[in-house]
Design a protein around this ligand. Structure first.
Ligand code: NDP
Ligand code: 8X3
Length: 301
C-alpha cells in the first residue's frame, strides 16, 4: 500500500480475543475492516463502535463454499482485500494423545489448518492480480516448542508456520507479503475457556500469578508488520511474555539395580524434573513462581 491509501483488512475470528483487537487496531487507523466469525453479536458491537468502516460477516472458516462465496460477494468498498488476517483458531483439550478426543483433533485440523487454507485460497488470486497484499497467519510458539497435551494443537501451528514460509516461495515476484505471528501465552481472550470446554476456573488458572501477553500486544505486532514499507517482508514474529521461557527436556528415569550398561537417562538438559507433577497438564507450567517452599497449586488436570 502507498501511504495515505485506505486499506481493506479481512479478519477471521474477530468476535473475541486477538481478532477483535486486530479489527479495532486497523479500524482505529481508518482502515475498512471485514470482521468475520461464527458469532454475529460481537461483530455487530464492533460495527456499532466504528460505524460503516466495519463490515460484520458471519462466517465459519471450515466451510469452504461459504468462504468462497463470502469473498466473491464482498460489497464495494470492501471488495479488494489488502490484508487477510488468518486468526480464527482454537485449541481443544489438553489430554495426552492416547486419551485425547478425536473430535477435538478434527475440529482443530478443520479450523486451524483447513479454514486458514480456504480463506487464503479465496483472497490470493485478487491480491496477485493487483500486485499487492499481505497475508497474516496466526501461528503460535506451540508450533515450535512442544509441551505435554499440545499434540495436535501444536502440530496445526507448525503447519501454519511452514505454510507461511512456503507461500513466500509461491508468491515470489507477486508483491504479496506473508507474515506468521507466533505468540506465546496470551490472556484476556477466550482461548483457554474454549480449550477447557467452558471451565472458567481451569482457564483462569493457566494465567495465575503471571502476566501474559494481551490481545493488544498481538494487534500491535500485526499492525507493525503490515505498516512496513512495501519492499519489506516480516517473515515471522515470535513473541512471549517475559514470565514465560524455556525449560530442560523431561527425562523419564527408571530405577535400576545398577547393573552395567543400564543407562537410565541421558542428555545434558534433563537434570531438572518438571516443577511439579500436578502441574504437568497446564501449558507453560514452569513459569509460575511457586509460593515460598510450596508446591504449585494442584492442577485439575
Ligand atoms: P479466542 O478464543 O478469543 O478467539 C478465537 C476466535 O476464532 C473467535 O473469534 C472465534 O469466533 C473464532 N473461531 C473459532 N472457530 C471458528 C470457525 N470455525 N470459523 C470462524 N471463526 C472461528 O482466542 P485467541 O484470540 O486467543 O486466539 C486467536 C488465534 O491466536 C487462534 O488461532 C489461536 O490459536 C492463536 N493463538 C492464541 C494464543 C493465546 O495464548 N491466546 C497464543 C498463540 C496463538 P466464533 O467462536 O465466534 O466463531
Ligand atoms: C497458544 C499458546 O502456549 O497455550 O497458542 O499453546 S499456548
Amino acid at each position: 500500500m502507498t501511504a495515505g491509501q485506505q486499506q481493506t483488512v479481512f479478519v477471521t475470528g474477530a468476535s473475541s480475543g486477538f481478532g477483535a483487537a486486530i479489527a479495532r487496531r486497523f479500524a482505529a487507523d481508518g482502515a475498512l475492516v471485514i470482521a468475520t466469525a461464527r458469532r454475529t453479536e460481537p461483530l455487530a458491537t464492533l460495527a456499532r463502535e466504528f460505524g460503516p468502516n466495519i463490515l460484520p460477516l458471519a462466517l465459519d472458516v471450515r466451510d469452504r463454499t461459504a468462504v468462497e462465496q463470502a469473498v466473491a460477494g464482498l460489497p464495494t468498498p470492501f471488495s479488494h482485500v489488502d490484508v487477510l488476517v488468518n486468526n480464527a483458531g482454537l485449541a481443544r483439550g489438553l489430554q495426552p494423545a492416547q486419551r485425547a478426543d478425536p473430535d477435538h483433533w478434527q475440529q482443530m485440523l478443520d479450523t486451524n489448518c483447513a479454514g486458514l487454507l480456504h480463506c487464503t485460497r479465496a483472497v490470493l488470486p485478487g491480491m496477485v492480480a493487483r500486485g499487492r497484499g499481505h497475508l497474516i497467519n496466526l501461528g503460535s510458539t506451540a508450533g515450535s516448542y512442544p509441551y505435554p497435551g499440545a499434540n495436535v494443537y501444536g502440530a496445526t501451528k507448525a503447519f501454519v508456520h511452514q505454510f507461511s514460509l512456503n507461500l513466500r516461495s509461491d508468491l515470489h515476484g507477486t508483491g504479496v507479503r506473508v507474515t506468521c505471528i507466533e505468540p506465546g501465552m496470551s490472556g484476556g481472550t477466550e482461548f483457554s475457556t474454549v480449550r477447557f470446554d467452558g471451565d472458567e476456573a481451569t482457564a483462569r488458572a493457566v494465567y495465575a500469578d503471571m502476566q501474559p501477553l494481551t490481545a493488544d500486544n498481538i494487534a500491535a505486532a500485526v499492525h507493525w508488520a503490515v505498516s512496513q514499507p512495501a519492499h519489506v517482508n516480516i517473515n515471522t514474529i515470535e513473541l512471549m511474555p517475559v514470565a514465560q521461557s524455556f525449560a530442560p527436556f523431561q527425562i523419564h528415569r527408571t530405577p535400576t539395580r545398577g547393573g552395567p550398561g543400564e543407562v537410565v537417562g541421558s542428555g545434558t538438559g534433563g537434570a531438572v524434573p518438571p516443577a511439579h507433577p500436578s502441574a504437568a497438564r497446564l501449558p507453560g507450567r514452569q513459569h509460575r513462581q511457586p509460593p515460598e517452599s510450596e508446591d504449585l497449586p494442584a492442577s485439575p488436570h
